[in-house]
Design a protein around this ligand. Structure first.
Ligand SMILES: Nc1ncnc2c1ncn2[C@@H]1O[C@H](COP(=O)(O)OP(=O)(O)OP(=O)(O)O)[C@@H](O)[C@H]1O
Length: 684
């Protein structure tokens, strides 16, 4: 059994389960083994109720004390009952969880596992997991992996599949050269894969994780070097001249460009008129005004008679950019002919779009990754604006080259990474920083609260909506059960509807919805037909609704500061005062201290720096923290030291053997060639 073995060839996996794995983009054994746990659960010995730590996951051994009361609120069935042990009692609450009633028998002991919270002077637990004692004690003593799931696929099914795969997997020769493994004190790839799924303890998991994070950064940086060599020789075959349209647009805007925007715009103009192809990163804090710079660049391109394209990581954002470009075109009579191209369009719509693009009539193509992958052909594509999720690497460049020779590229990034990291991670690009927020911005007012505060928060939300504003509420999970003790969008939306007046329109959005449904919800929100949008972090990147002034983040302790800052950046984008409420499910001192940084700063670069300082090597907020830059397991904030060591190793390796021709480097060369041609290395 090896990476290419089809998932259905694993014992115990049939057609139906293989389809469920397919939903998680896991189709072969390689994908299954590289689908790293998102977290681990350690099932500790149950404690007495009187010793249960408030705000932290724990297990208690108790029995039903009295009857299970059920009440219906709109389409929500709420169960309430009490459990007792010799040391005290806890009041239990379940939402839409019918099995509980049939499961619990009076007089029998069960293990209840969840997060006890103090509410109104008594201990409460919501949605606790229930185990029979004999089941529970089988799980204690080892770290149980927790995987990302999808409806119908349980954690148990994934765990069993990984166990089966490992039992029959044949690891080939380790592609990482021996001298690097020794210098960096890294375990073998095979050992790392085994231990990342089933570590005997936290220490062993960290050692395994370090090898896998090193590999991810090492391969990324090695490929980056290939990009840099590739880019350096590209001549500018689309010379451009200054055009009146851009000057006219800048003067017509309802605001003056900030000094930083003016500086970056000058750098872009120089590039587009220069000898070499532009490969430029525009890095700026959330809400700093990067999008208008993209439009100005595309306007210069189009006004010089060429075509431009703008890629977004999600359909929702692509539509937002398309609407914005269409509005700008109509309002300021610009020479854009915008065309939207996304994966969820019908075949007929795509055919028509391809025709418009190929003929050159559509001179501004906006879409998701589809616009460089699908069959779209361009007449004279000269500039692509993309984002850090899709930045071009060796493979994407080849795809892109098929769309247009020596295309100018702008990568937009809202990731406030310190310059030292940016130089490493964007080594193939020139870097422009938009380090200034528009003058009219009111600093966002923040507060970090416990779950007790929810009722007050809902009253505040009600007041803001009555004043004509809109609200985001973020939950880490889509549906019940994905992550122990975390809020999920679907049941939270029901709870919120019952807590707010019925005239307030509340809806939810998450990444597993059909694209058409997601677009519909975002359009309704942008048109103010939805007042409160409950979402997962899928809205994190780029969504711009200036009328939204409240961002409430549930389980804030489960997010990195950089990600919380990105989420906060979805508000404070207009002239109204905005607010951010971080609800922490844990009142641990360290958690509150970390979240408190957000209370004292709205500057993404400062926050990222503080986040780095706060995190020690063993300080793991879940196996990987931020979806930033699409790394599967590496986190550029918590693994900065590994990133720097990977960079040193790449530099030393290429200094000694630039073409990887030495015998000991052949497995790496083969792996790199294969990886760059087969795996969709979005960031490579
Ligand atoms: N110089 C400026 N003065 C005032 N408002 C501005 C300025 N530049 C942009 N804006 C407005 O600020 C809002 C945010 O701008 P934009 O969406 O470009 O930010 P961004 O940097 O792309 O943020 P994100 O990274 O979150 O997408 C928009 O409504 C835009 O019209």
């Amino acid at each position: 059994m090896d990476d290419s073995t089809n998932i259905i060839d694993i014992k115990g996996i049939g057609e139906k389960t293989a389809k469920l794995f397919g939903k998680l983009n896991i189709n072969d054994v390689g994908g299954l083994l590289r689908n790293y746990p998102r977290d681990y659960e350690t099932f500790k010995e149950p404690v007495m109720i009187s010793d249960a730590p408030a705000g932290e996951i724990c297990s208690v051994r108790a029995c039903l004390a009295g009857n299970i009361a059920a009440k219906k609120v709109r389409n929500l069935t709420i169960l309430n009952f009490e459990i007792r042990d010799a040391g005290g009692q806890i009041f239990m609450t379940y939402f839409n969880t019918s099995y509980v009633k049939s499961m619990l028998k009076k007089g029998l002991f069960y293990i209840f596992r969840g997060i006890p919270l103090k509410k109104g002077g008594r201990f409460v637990m919501e949605q606790a997991k229930i185990y029979k004692p004999e089941e529970y004690f089988k799980l204690t003593g080892v770290m149980q992996p927790r995987y990302s799931l999808t409806a119908g696929l349980t954690n148990n099914m994934v765990t069993k599949a990984v166990k089966q795969a490992l039992a029959h997997y044949r690891f080939g020769e380790d592609y990482l050269p021996e001298e690097i493994r020794e210098t960096q004190q890294l375990i073998s790839y095979g050992q790392a894969i085994e231990d990342i799924h089933f570590p005997k303890d936290f220490e062993e998991m960290l050692i395994a994780r370090r090898r896998l994070v090193f590999d991810e950064f090492f391969l990324f940086l090695l490929a980056l070097r290939k990009c840099k060599e590739h880019n350096e020789v590209l001549q500018n075959i689309y010379p451009m001249v200054e055009v009146a349209e851009t000057k006219r647009l800048i003067e017509a805007l309802p605001y003056a460009l900030t000094g930083a925007q003016k500086r970056v715009w000058e750098e872009i103009r120089q590039d587009l008129q220069g000898e070499k192809v532009m490969n430029r990163l525009i890095q700026g804090d959330v809400g700093s005004g990067k999008t208008i710079l993209a439009f100005l660049s595309l306007l210069m391109c189009v006004s010089n008679g060429y075509q431009g394209a703008m890629m977004a990581p999600t359909e929702v954002l692509a539509r937002q950019h398309f609407e914005a470009a269409s509005k700008l075109t109509a309002k300021y009579k610009l020479p854009f002919v915008p065309m939207l191209l996304t994966g969820s369009m019908t075949a007929k719509e795509k055919r028509e779009a391809y025709e418009e693009i190929k003929s050159g009539r559509a001179n501004l193509v906006i879409g998701t990754h589809a616009l460089i992958q699908e069959k779209a052909e361009y007449k004279n594509l000269a500039l692509v604006v993309t984002d850090e999720q899709h930045r071009f690497g060796v493979r994407q460049r080849e795809t892109l080259a098929g769309k247009g020779e020596n295309v100018h590229v702008i990568v937009m990034s809202a990731t406030p990474i310190p310059r030292t990291l940016a130089i490493i991670l964007y080594g193939d690009l020139d870097i422009s920083i938009v380090d200034e927020l528009p003058a009219n911005r009111l600093p966002i007012k923040n507060c970090v609260v416990s779950t007790d505060y929810r009722e007050k928060a809902y009253r505040f939300i009600e007041k803001e909506v009555q004043a004509g504003r809109q609200v985001y509420v973020i939950c880490p999970m889509v549906e019940e059960g994905e992550l122990e003790g975390a809020e999920n969008v679907i049941s939270y939306t029901e709870k919120l509807k019952s807590a707010l007046p019925s005239k307030i329109q509340t809806a939810y959005l998450h990444g597993k919805m059909r694209p058409a449904d997601k677009n519909q919800v975002m359009e309704e929100f942008a048109k103010r037909n939805i007042d409160v949008l409950v979402s997962t972090t899928v809205i994190e990147v780029g969504i711009n609704v200036p009328n939204a002034t409240v961002m409430m983040v549930e389980n804030a302790e489960r997010f990195g500061l950089a990600q919380l800052h990105q989420l906060r950046g979805r508000v404070g984008r207009g002239e109204h005062q905005s607010y951010c409420i971080f609800v922490s499910g844990s009142d641990k001192k360290q958690t509150m201290e970390r979240l408190d940084i957000l209370n004292h700063s709205n500057d993404g670069f400062f926050i990222a720096g503080e986040d780095l300082k706060l995190r020690g090597p063993g300080d793991l907020f879940g196996i990987r923290q931020s979806g930033i830059m699409n790394f599967k397991i590496g986190d550029i904030y918590q693994d900065t030291d590994v990133l720097k060591r990977a960079k040193e190793s790449v530099d030393a390796l290429l200094l000694r053997d630039e073409k990887l021709e030495e015998d000991g480097h052949l497995p790496l060369k083969l792996y790199m060639d294969e990886a760059l041609n087969s795996v969709d290395f979005r960031t490579i």
